[in-house]
Design a protein around this ligand. Structure first.
Ligand code: FDA
Length: 503
């Protein structure tokens, strides 16, 4: 029996995939998207689609018997993580490699389901340094504004920011940064700040004020299922298959034959099948896309894939840290999970850092200031294919995180000195003040201009494209999804105009 055929197949439903599917569908090209996670639209027994960080249940994690929150403990107590019972197809995954845990979203919308919604655009000079072959004029005049508009990016009303108790934590950290001589900036977001105001006033169900974020937001956040993916389905040419993982890719005529594995919510494989396509777009995320390409090259189904695949991976310099405030500097017991301010020390010649001021929304006063810093880290990791496990292995040594740690420490030592405060050591295992052994911003693995041409076409493989964060070489200086979206817009516009004229 011949495998069914679709003109265009898109792997994943995150940013790169969603942009690509919308533009293909709008151009009249029948497109199927394959997503290994669930469609998150059905409320559980509690009436909610997603669970909160305060009361996580099986919906929280992708096939894990325990939550794996970024903080290990609170006041050194094992109160952060919970047992979950039978492993389930939850929304947040943490892929653990030696020395590095990588968080990713699972479900229709990919990372947009679990992320903090922060939507900054990188500094142009740094963007040009990281992606020198991309026409920056086209990006900054056309594709960044397009991405921001499509994603529903908005900025907090400054008067609200100054008076609301839910951003007291942000104002306290901002004051401390200013006292130490640093600048801060307001960071745009895709969480609707008008909704936030209404939930604060008890006019709407709480989400950002109910501890919801890394296991999903039930309200307020413009995740991709509400933006790009809704529009893609609206073209009438796009369909999405969920709980289905792409496993293999091989050449078939002028197109590709793709192996699929469908599971139930408990992880049992219920069906194996194949689908063939004319064009294949990989949007499975930095790790997902890189793994698919490495597997195809190393198992010989696409033996001529470029040697550059697997290279150039980075953490965007992610480091998490927390400071212990004085008793007269409370940060508030009701905190919005959606960050809105950052310390911008990016132009520091020695220790550039862009540190988002993060909440610690535990529902009681903590006197803690939490931060996720993005630093410059020139170190790059590398993936290889492991024949025994059939997975990609990441090679990242603990010492490769040192440049990130140094930059973050330079910044926060200065703040602690100016304020007379210290680090919190109760949050990360081993009494550490800093954690650079996990990241939220995996970037690279199939770099633009190296593994692909300048528009994401995989070298020597007509009809095979990379659309996602694996194109970006390890660092952007700010949170990445606006850039992933804008780059995907730019690439698919070019590919549609040159490769995919309507058949
Ligand atoms: P993305 O990872 O979004 O999507 C890939 C999809 O493909 C997933 O749905 C996955 O399940 C699916 N998939 C993978 N392999 C597959 C296979 N073999 N078959 C089928 N499906 C497969 N960024 C930002 O800009 N601002 C922020 O505030 C934050 N905050 C943040 C918090 C947390 C907790 C996380 C985990 C991440 C962030 N990020 C962020 C990062 C941001 O979410 C991330 O950079 C993007 O989601 C990456 O987009 P991609 O399109 O590359 O893939």
């Amino acid at each position: 029996e011949a495998a069914p055929y679709v003109p265009a197949l898109v792997v994943g439903t995150g940013y790169g995939a969603a942009v690509t599917a919308l533009r293909l569908g709008a151009a009249g090209i029948r497109t199927t998207m394959i997503e290994m996670g669930q469609l998150w639209n059905t409320p559980g027994k509690d009436g909610k689609v997603f669970c909160s960080t305060l009361k996580p249940d099986r919906r929280s994690m992708w096939f894990s018997s325990r939550t794996k929150a970024p903080l290990d403990t609170f006041l050194w107590l094992d109160v952060v993580n919970r047992d979950l019972g039978r492993p389930y197809a939850g929304v947040l995954d943490r892929i653990d490699f030696p020395n590095m845990g990588v968080y990713v979203g699972r479900g229709v919308g990919g990372g947009s389901l679990v992320n903090g919604g922060m939507a900054p655009t990188p500094q142009r000079a740094y963007f040009e340094k990281m992606l020198p072959t991309v026409d920056a004029d086209a990006m900054y005049k056309r594709y960044f504004p397009l991405a921001r508009r499509m994603l529903g990016v908005n900025t907090i009303d400054p008067r609200y920011l100054e008076q609301t108790p839910v951003y007291k934590y942000a104002r306290v950290s901002r004051r401390h940064a200013h006292q130490a001589g640093f600048r801060t900036s307001v960071v745009p977001n895709v969480y609707d700040f008008n909704y936030l105001r209404r939930e604060e006033n008890k006019q709407a169900p709480r989400s950002a004020l109910a501890g919801e974020v890394i296991y999903g937001n039930n309200h307020g956040k413009q995740s991709l299922d509400k933006t790009y993916l809704a529009d893609a389905l609206g073209t009438g040419n796009v369909t999405i298959r969920t709980l289905t993982r792409v496993t293999t890719i091989r050449q078939q005529g002028k197109g590709y034959l793709v192996g699929l594995e469908q599971i139930d919510v408990w992880g049992k494989v219920v069906r194996r099948s194949e689908i063939s396509c004319g064009s294949l777009f990989l949007g499975a995320g930095s790790i997902g896309t890189t793994e698919l390409l490495l597997r195809a090259r190393e198992t010989g189904t696409l033996p001529d894939l470029p040697t550059a695949i697997g290279n150039g991976w980075g953490t965007n310099g992610n480091v998490m840290t927390a400071r212990a405030n004085h008793l007269w500097d409370p940060t508030g017991s009701l905190q919005s999970t959606i960050p809105t301010l950052a310390i911008d020390n990016w132009n520091d010649p020695k220790h550039p850092a862009f540190a988002e001021i993060a909440p610690l929304p535990v529902g009681l006063e903590t006197w803690a200031s939490l931060y996720l810093a993005i630093t410059v880290n020139p170190e790059r990791g590398r993936f290889t294919y492991n024949h025994t496990t059939d997975r990609a292995d990441l090679h990242w040594s603990a010492s490769q995180s040192t440049p990130s740690l140094r930059s973050a420490q330079a910044l926060f030592d200065k703040i602690n000195n100016a304020i007379g405060t210290t680090y919190r050591r109760d949050l990360f295992a081993g009494n550490r003040a800093f954690a650079a052994d996990f990241c939220y911003h995996p970037l690279g693995g199939a770099l633009l201009g190296k593994a692909t041409d300048n528009y994401g076409r995989v070298r020597n493989h007509p009809g095979l494209y990379v659309t996602d964060s694996s194109l970006i070489p390890g660092s952007l200086g700010v949170n990445p999804f606006v850039t992933i979206t804008a780059l995907a817009e730019r690439n698919i516009a070019h590919v549609l105009a040159t490769d995919l004229k309507r058949r």
